[in-house]
Ligand binder design. Structure first.
Ligand code: TYD
Length: 141
């Protein structure tokens, strides 16, 4: 999936396996089986004040699985043409965000935890943090 040609329809909700019994649920995620990329980094957002927004950037290369392991929040995706809000509120749903998508994360419920599986280690050079620059890069032919 390349930066310029990716769009919102490439970002799908993936239903992860759930092992259910009377003692509760387990969701296990196996690298390259349940995730379509090689996971090189895991991070999580927590203690986010409920009126704050995070994200506000795009990536050249990075692919991510974003999971609400606790609580709920909205992911706003933009591809330079259209935009879409996705509510994540189940620990066995993952949003696959491909490279080249602008994303914002908002409406965190109290105590929510946003788990992210990422295809690359942290690299600030992979970020586009200016929305106008993002639009220029996306539309530049
Ligand atoms: P950022 O990705 O901008 O956060 P968000 O998109 O959730 O608003 O990262 C915020 C800060 O944390 C930034 O200074 C970079 C740092 N950071 C790391 O050092 N390593 C990481 O893996 C991540 C995700 C962020």
């Amino acid at each position: 999936m390349d930066f310029k040609n990716s769009n919102i329809s490439d970002c799908k909700i993936i239903t992860l396996p759930k092992i259910h019994n009377t003692l509760g649920n387990i969701t296990a995620i196996e690298n390259l089986n349940d995730v379509p990329f090689n996971v090189q980094r895991i991070y999580y957002l927590y203690d986010v004040p409920s009126n704050e927004e995070r994200g506000g950037h795009a990536h050249y290369e990075l692919e991510q699985f974003i999971i609400a392991v606790s609580g709920s929040f909205d992911i706003i995706l933009k591809d330079g043409v259209t935009e879409k809000a996705v509510t994540l509120n189940r620990p066995n749903n993952a949003l696959h965000v491909v490279p080249g998508l602008w994303r914002e994360i908002a409406n965190f419920s109290g105590g929510s935890i946003c788990l992210v599986l990422a295809s690359e280690k942290y690299d600030e050079n992979d970020y586009i943090r200016d929305y106008n620059k993002y639009l220029d890069l996306k539309h530049d032919s």
